[in-house]
Design a protein around this ligand. Structure first.
Ligand code: BTN
Length: 250
């Protein structure tokens, strides 16, 4: 079980605003309720030792294991580049606390050795943003081949309390960091690779050439034109194993 006394607060996320639950359907839904009831405000952190009806992006289910996964949601002001700031903070936390080299799969999946270790869900309620983070920490077995955990990668158990504490303090400093996109680019997966992007209007293929200053993915499409999509405009990005452009070899 998580030891709430071992989680330290920060200037924004003070300990009085920590709400810890042994068992909850979804920390994200709890955070929304708190805002609706005018209790939740920026700085609240809702943590569940066990979450049994977790939600992922694109209406997916997010399953996590009692006592092993780190599942929490926190409330912040709506500011630009929230998904980039969150993904960067997770990658930096995994590096600093666990010694893992994580990559950001745009827009905000975090992978280690090409397997997903953490998912991020950002929603809004009134004038606030709710950021949900689900991280595989101490799982030794995972239901999906495409997933991994901190423990699987390092071979040793990790402290969910230490990871959460460090994440909150890094996130707080990343809220006001200016060169956010330069930092994100350093952790970015798939850059210069061929990708397939699922958008509302269909699938687009091309070369991932950069990230723009608004967090948008910029690609050179199969026809050679440049296209860009903001985090909210693309559902998913996949890496393609082979280039699709005729006459291009890499
Ligand atoms: C994704 O990769 O699809 C995002 C997953 C987000 C899961 C977290 S776990 C804590 C919070 N509560 C939820 O119900 N979902 C988010």
């Amino acid at each position: 079980m998580m030891d709430i006394d071992r989680i330290y607060g920060s200037r924004l996320f003070t300990k009085e605003k920590f709400l810890f639950y042994k068992r909850l359907p979804s920390t994200q839904d709890r955070a929304k309720e708190l805002i609706k009831n005018s209790v939740g405000e920026a700085g609240y952190v809702i943590v569940a030792d066990e979450q049994y009806r977790g939600r992922g992006r694109l209406r997916r289910v997010w399953s996590s294991r009692k006592g092993e996964s780190l599942t929490f949601s926190f409330i912040t002001e709506k500011i630009p580049l929230l998904s980039m700031r969150t993904a960067l903070s997770v990658a930096e936390t995994l590096e600093e606390e666990c010694g893992l080299r994580a990559e950001i799969e745009w827009p905000n999946d975090i992978v280690v050795n090409s397997r997903k270790i953490c998912g991020i869900l950002i929603e809004t309620e009134r004038n606030l943003a709710i950021i949900g983070v689900g991280m595989n920490v101490n799982e030794t077995v995972l239901p999906l081949e495409s997933a991994t955990s901190v423990r699987i990668e390092t071979g040793i158990p990790a402290s969910r309390e230490a990871i959460l504490s460090l994440f909150l303090s890094i996130f707080e400093s990343n809220l006001t960091r200016e060169n956010i996109m330069d930092c994100v680019r350093e952790y970015l997966s798939f850059i210069d690779r061929y990708v397939e992007i699922q958008t509302e209007n269909g699938v687009i293929r091309g070369e991932f050439i950069n990230l723009g200053e608004d967090g948008e993915i910029i690609i050179r499409t199969e026809s050679g034109s440049i296209a860009s999509f903001l985090p909210g405009e693309a559902k998913r990005v996949h890496k393609l194993t082979a280039p699709l452009l005729a006459g291009t070899d890499r």
